[in-house]
Design a protein around this ligand. Structure first.
Ligand SMILES: Nc1ncnc2c1ncn2[C@@H]1O[C@H](COP(=O)(O)OP(=O)(O)OP(=O)(O)O)[C@@H](O)[C@H]1O
Length: 446
């Protein structure tokens, strides 16, 4: 047992004195030592939900105590379900010798079948499926998947890999992230065997799945090597899938050579899922855990959990875990508690907050919204503000109307107009979705 592990055991004992017995048993007891590297203590915890709970409620305390034992260090929680899943779900792909390229590790669930398709990700899904199924007749194909965190980039990239492997097991897959690729290049430069590395990519890879391309920013030499390798792979008709949190043109300090090659690909963005897709995702994730949730609970969660799908998964697991630990039904009350624990207290939204967001977003003034102006640049924000007020507050039509110096009939008309816009894939729909997201963020801010 090393010093860090010993320190963790001592600390656990101390925590048992400081925290109530029940809380200790549920949250701290299951934490186990994983490793201590680079001044970071890695602890395993049962699942994503317990990780977020512990972060919220106990991390400062644990951190203070562990620093007394190990000096200045940080703590990272690793949900065991992920570690186990990654291992359990790892496909048995053709092994490379240590001098060759790393063996891909895929998550069993990251398949096309498990991917819930909605308007926000349909195009990315179709593109990936098409290249994986070999639908494209073009030789050499680059797909560039861009999205914010937790929206399914890795899921789709791995789905491509898993499908290719199932369809054509002889194909050699390389699944790597930008940091590991950079390490390989740096190491090869140091050891003087860059040519060998290039050869390995050129001769032994049929499908390259390269994640987190935005991390190449500023790494000149790696970028040059990647551009080189790309040329070779594409000339030989290979498939390359990139993922990134930014579009090629938005990645700072990216060499024009590499940028132009990335631009050659099919560039597709994944947006945050809309309400209907979130409903389907929640139902799918619950089903995967063998649970069928009441429609009301699903709708409640879908209403509040926007953006990051990892968080949606965390909430579903949280609900199931809490229900099983506390032997309570998975009803609306429990769902409310879980969401509150994950995201903090709900702050009520009022007309003032809604109007303030709308004027900032559309760059109009409150006076203009209240004026008789019929300019589109004023009527659209006004109608959207009325719609949001109706959706997020309990104010009556009269009160909302008065705020804009209008009567209740005008509010009814505005709400209907925006609802109609939301049913179409209009600009209004995107604006409203964006504003709702901002409002939710403000609402959950502690
Ligand atoms: N459309 C979807 N249907 C079902 N699950 C999804 C979908 N999109 C994402 N997920 C799930 O959400 C989680 C996060 O997805 P993923 O790891 O692919 O995100 P990412 O975009 O690669 O995020 P990051 O940039 O933080 O790595 C995964 O468990 C994934 O299965």
């Amino acid at each position: 047992m090393n010093r860090a592990e010993e320190a963790w055991i001592v600390l656990k004992e101390k925590l048992s004195q400081k925290i109530s017995e029940g809380s200790y048993r549920i949250w701290i007891q299951p934490l186990t030592f994983d490793s201590f590297e680079d001044n970071t203590l890695y602890l395993k915890c049962p699942n994503q939900f317990s990780a977020s709970w512990i972060r919220e409620h106990y991390l400062p305390l644990i951190q203070d105590e562990i620093r007394k034992e190990l000096g200045d260090c940080s703590i990272k929680l690793i949900p065991v379900e992920r570690v186990k899943d990654a291992k359990k779900r790892q496909l048995h792909l053709p092994t490379f010798s240590p001098t060759e390229l790393p063996q891909p590790r895929f998550c069993q669930w990251f398949t096309f079948e498990e991917f819930v398709v909605g308007e926000s990700n349909q195009y990315a899904y179709e593109v990936c499926k098409n290249v994986a199924y070999g639908g494209s007749k073009r030789t050499g194909e680059v797909v560039f998947l861009q999205a914010d965190s937790g929206l399914g980039k890795s899921h789709l990239a791995q789905a491509v890999g898993q499908y290719v492997y199932k369809r054509a097991p002889q194909k050699r897959l390389c699944y790597i992230n930008a940091n590991d690729f950079t390490h390989q290049v740096v190491r090869a430069l140091k050891d003087g065997n860059l040519e060998d590395l290039k050869e390995r990519y050129r001769r032994k890879v049929d499908v390259l799945l390269l994640e987190e391309v935005h991390s190449f920013s500023g790494r000149k030499r790696t970028q040059a090597e990647l551009a080189n390798t790309l040329d070779y792979l594409l000339d030989s008709g290979k498939l390359v899938v990139f993922t990134s949190s930014r579009l090629p043109r938005e990645i700072p300090k990216l060499d024009s050579q590499l940028r132009s090659r990335l631009d050659l690909g099919i560039i597709t963005s994944i947006n945050p899922p809309d309400y209907e897709t979130r409903v389907k995702i929640i139902e799918r994730k619950a089903r995967r855990h063998g649970v069928s949730l009441d429609r009301g609970v699903v709708e409640y969660m879908a209403h509040y959990l926007r953006g990051d799908i990892r968080r949606i998964e965390g909430a579903v697991v949280g609900l199931i875990t809490k229900s099983s630990i506390q032997k309570r039904p998975m009803d609306l009350n429990l769902a409310q508690e879980v969401l509150q624990e994950m995201m903090g207290d709900l702050e009520p939204l009022n007309l003032k907050k809604i109007i303030s967001l709308v004027v900032r977003h559309f760059n109009v003034s409150v006076e203009e919204l209240r004026s008789s102006s019929r300019k589109k640049s004023v009527t659209v924000p006004r109608q959207i503000a009325m719609y949001l007020a109706r959706t997020y507050t309990d104010e009556t039509l009269n009160v909302i109307g008065k705020e804009f110096k209008r009567d209740h009939a005008t509010v009814v008309h505005a709400v209907k107009k925006i609802e109609k816009g939301l049913k179409m894939n209009s600009k209004i729909k995107h604006q409203v979705e964006f504003l709702k997201e901002q409002l939710e963020k403000e609402r959950w801010r502690k």
